[in-house]
Design a protein around this ligand. Structure first.
Ligand code: TYD
Length: 209
C-alpha cells in the first residue's frame, strides 16, 4: 500500500475543517491507517509558529516575513509528520497546505505568487495527491468564521473583499490543476458535501491502484 496525501482548502469558514475530520473518520472506519493534521501547525514546532502568524494585528508581519514563517512551519510539518506517515503507507488528511499560501500570501501580487511556487519547489517539494476545494459564498464563510471566536482571526479581520478575492484565487488554482484539485459546493448540506468528498477520495484511490 502506498500512502496518500489529501489536502482540504477553502476560504475562512468554508467548512473544510469539519469536512477534513469527517473524511478522516470515514477512512479510519473503512480500515485505513490515517493521520489528520492541519496547517499552519501539525507538528510541535509548526504549532509554535502558528501562534505567531495567526494572532495579533493584521500588519504584524511584512508580507515576505509572513511567507517565510508559513513556509518554515510547513518544512517542519513535512519533515516530522507528513513524509514519515506517507512513507509508512498511511493516508494523510491535511487541513490546508500550499494552496493556502498560494491564495493568501500570493493574493494580488504576481511576484509573491511566483516566490511562493519557487520556495515550495526548493524547500518543500511535494504536492498533494488530491486537493478538495470547498467553495462557499464569502459572506457566509466570514459569518461562520467570525462566530467561532477563537481569537486566531488575523486573516478574517481583513474583511469581505479579501475573502472574495481569495475565493477567486482558489478557483484559479483549481482551474490550473484540474487533475489534482476538485472543487466541491460547500453550500450543500454537510452530509452531501461529505458524500461528494468521499466520491473524489475513492476516485483518487482507484486512480492510484
Ligand atoms: P485556521 O484557524 O486554521 O482557519 P481555518 O479554520 O479557516 O482553516 O487559520 C488558518 C489561517 O491561516 C487562515 O486564515 C488561512 C491562513 N493561512 C495562510 O494565510 N497561509 C497558509 O499557508 C496557511 C496554511 C494558512
Amino acid at each position: 500500500m502506498t500512502g496518500l496525501f489529501i489536502t482540504f482548502e477553502g476560504i475562512d469558514g468554508s467548512g473544510k475543517s469539519s469536512q477534513a475530520r469527517m473524511a478522516y473518520d470515514a477512512l479510519c472506519t473503512a480500515g485505513h491507517t490515517c493521520h489528520l493534521t492541519r496547517e499552519p501547525g501539525g507538528s510541535t514546532g509548526a504549532e509554535e509558529i502558528r501562534a505567531l502568524v495567526l494572532n495579533g494585528a493584521t500588519d504584524r508581519w511584512s508580507a515576505m516575513t509572513e511567507l517565510l514563517l508559513f513556509t518554515a512551519a510547513r518544512r517542519d510539518h513535512i519533515e516530522r509528520v507528513i513524509r514519515p506517515a506517507i512513507a509508512r503507507g498511511e493516508i494523510v488528511v491535511c487541513d490546508r497546505f500550499v494552496d493556502s499560501t498560494r491564495a493568501y500570501q500570493g493574493l494580488n501580487d504576481t511576484d509573491m505568487r511566483a516566490l511562493v511556487d519557487d520556495l515550495h519547489r526548493l524547500t518543500i517539494g511535494i504536492e498533494a495527491d488530491l486537493t478538495l476545494l470547498i467553495d462557499i459564498d464569502p459572506a457566509e464563510g466570514l459569518a461562520r468564521a467570525k462566530s467561532r471566536g477563537t481569537g486566531e482571526e488575523r486573516f478574517e479581520d481583513k474583511g469581505l473583499s479579501f475573502q472574495t478575492a481569495l475565493r477567486s484565487a482558489f478557483a484559479d488554482i483549481a482551474q490550473k490543476a484540474p487533475a489534482r484539485v476538485k472543487q466541491i459546493n460547500g453550500a450543500q448540506p454537510m452530509q452531501d458535501v461529505h458524500q461528494s468528498v468521499m466520491a473524489q477520495i475513492q476516485a483518487a484511490m482507484d486512480r492510484m491502484t
